[in-house]
Design a binder for this molecule. Sequence first.
Ligand code: DIG
Ligand code: MN
Ligand code: MN
Length: 386
Amino acid sequence: MRYTPKPEHRFSFGLWTVGNIGRDPFGDPVRALRSPVQLVQLLAEVGAWGVNFHDNDLVPIDATPAERDRIVSDFKKALDTHGLVVPMATTNLFTHPAFRDGAFTSNDPKVRAYALQKTMRAIDLGVECGASTYVFWGGREGTETDAGKNPADAGKWFQEAINFLCEYVIDQGYDLRFALEPKPNEPRGDIYLATVGHMLAFIETLDHPQMIGVNPEVAHERMAGLNFTHAVAQAWNAGKLFHIDLNDQNLGRYDQDFRFGSHNIKQAFFLVKFLEDVGYDGSRHFDAHAYRSSDYADVKAFASGCMRTYLILKEKAEQFRQHTEIQDLLAQITADDGAMDRFKGRYSAEKAANLTAYTFDRDELGRRGQPYERLDQLVIELLLGI
Ligand code: DIG
Ligand code: MN
Ligand code: MN
């Protein structure tokens, strides 16, 4: 059947997504808690390929070592039974009160050290379950007031933590890459390293930048009022698109983590088109959750909807590539008579001299318009199925 998810699509969900029980700042949980094993079964029923987790999504923070081992053993059995894999793991450094002033950037050196210990253990757990990507989302790494912490100190503590953990992974011989996930705010008033751009710059200040990339999330860049596909393209060009969190988001709202493509279908189309055009072969991870009004049957519809919309938009991107009128317009828009080839590419003194001597007809350059209205209308009609 068309739009049926298959393993080669690499669709993954976090345990916390389909396992979201509907608690919000103004309301109690509305759905019964389901165990990791039950959630693996649910994801298998909707056709997901992978399942991700924070350490404490799988192993409760106060579990004994014996309980931990049993939980992990049951979870791995469920993965085998249902044929799911664990592409990514991460640490919950935001729920426990110990992290109320941050984890790696807490003013309390004991909390900073505890965050490292918790993350090392969570990395061990993720690798034990087969993860090859490790995400860091610093949900509590931020402030409501800058009176109590010099942001430069916080940045240095963040660097020290990631450098330490890179060395730990190297020391353990793990085949693991880090993906840093930015968000501009919530739950902190302002979160450090707020967007993909901040993270890409931060990575270059670290000791092992080659093992560190980014995990951009649709909702988070949109909360910052930015074009998500542009952020993803910059990460891609830098060779740093190690993972991606797909969902949807309305501008000027709290982090809504909506079903993929459910709010801004046009931007979702351009994102899917980009990922498919460049041949991104990483996880298509849906970091999203169903509406609080949903029961578990609707949670399954939510998960199916994320994957179906991705596959429908992937088909639309193929139709865009095959669409003669669109392709004719693109050929016209990108026409190049080769006259400037001699100036292209790397600098040379000869090129600079020739370019300096070249006479441009500025008015002629200004006379040329582009048929972007016609082109964009064709995209709209493609998406509307005209
Ligand atoms: C929130 O967008 C964050 C957490 O859910 C998790 O740490 C990360 C994993 O994708 N995304
Ligand atoms: Mn989010
Ligand atoms: Mn996320």
